[in-house]
Design a protein around this ligand. Structure first.
Ligand SMILES: [Zn+2]
Length: 317
């Protein structure tokens, strides 16, 4: 599988060049701060850099997207990648302590360990102080990445220990390209990007709110649009995220996907039929696992990778 850099990451060309040269010269330091306006691509670039640090087989100086390490990273199961996401809450001292404990162990896979703290400004004061200690005595083999749109809210003692990567605000066209890369149709992507004021996150929210509306009106969360986005591991992961974690809803979506595939059974020759049958079999197995309380996101990623590998998107879309 050829690696494909997400458009929002490729757009930050200057930062990307700097990070590639750091990797190439084996000068990976201990701590980086990715900063720019909300939704400028800092999260995506930080994740991509983390994946690159852990990748076993770089292509063009960046993560290959296909080695065992990249596959684990993309399916959110790499043991040497520790992620803290703040979301709507504050990051507490206990989480930083736990991080310190875990990072004191040797990396499981023998290479490096990467810690990524998203929206780092959401550390409360105690957490920030504990984090400072981690920065002052960084565990060997550990690389710490932070993202924030509000660097001024971080203590200067923390800021002074980070290599700062400043990012640019992406234009609408790049945001639209990113959404298309994530599996959205061009027209919806353009519309969301126009309304999003330079933030890919806002664009995603707008687009998924709209997709929710159209799914309610009989849209195809499990049909052609989904299958069109499954050519890459990234596409599979993004689609799984878009389906969410509401078990009942996911089961309904799987039923919708089965029905869509069954509708395709009579449309092609024997080759097509056997591929579609295999796909339906995969959907049913995932349904059984998810009804039996298996981890939803992992089951979906696994299923979507399988469907992508079957080349279903070329056959039925
Ligand atoms: Zn790789």
């Amino acid at each position: 599988m050829q690696p494909k850099t997400p458009p929002i990451v490729a757009f930050q060309a200057e930062a990307l060049r700097l990070l590639k040269s750091i990797i190439e010269q084996e000068r990976v330091g201990h701590a980086y701060l990715f900063t720019g306006d909300v939704g400028c691509g800092a999260l995506e670039l930080a994740h991509s850099f983390a994946q690159t640090i852990l990748c076993q087989k770089l292509v063009d100086g960046w993560a290959c997207g296909a080695c065992p390490s990249c596959r684990k990273f993309l399916t959110v199961s790499h043991p040497d990648f520790l992620l803290i996401q703040a979301g709507e809450r504050y990051i507490k001292i206990d989480e930083i302590r736990e991080l310190k404990r875990e990072s004191a162990l040797n990396p499981f896979e023998g290479g490096r360990r990467v810690i990524l703290l998203e929206e780092a400004e959401r550390m409360n004061l105690e957490a920030a102080n504990a984090f400072l200690k981690l920065l002052e005595e960084p565990p060997p083999s550990t690389v710490i990445l932070l993202t924030t749109a509000k660097p001024n809210l971080l203590p200067t003692t923390v800021l002074s220990r980070l290599l700062r990567i400043n990012l640019r605000r992406p234009p609408n066209s790049v945001i639209a390209q990113q959404l298309v890369f994530e599996g959205m149709e061009q027209e919806s992507a353009d519309k969301a990007a126009r309304l999003a004021r330079g933030s890919v996150e806002t664009a995603r929210k707008l687009a998924s709110a709209e997709a929710g509306d159209s799914a309610g009106a009989g849209g195809d969360v499990g049909g052609a649009q989904l299958l069109g986005s499954l050519g890459t591991i990234e596409g599979a992961v993004k689609s799984a995220k878009m389906w969410g974690k509401d078990r009942q809803k996911v089961l309904e979506n799987l039923d919708g996907l089965s029905a869509f595939l069954e509708g395709k059974l009579g449309e092609g020759g024997e080759d097509v039929t056997s591929v579609v049958e295999e796909a339906i079999h995969g959907v049913i197995s995932a349904r059984v696992a998810i009804s039996a309380n298996a981890a939803i996101e992992l089951c979906l990623v696994d299923l979507f990778i399988k469907l992508g590998d079957l080349g279903l998107c070329r056959i039925v879309v």
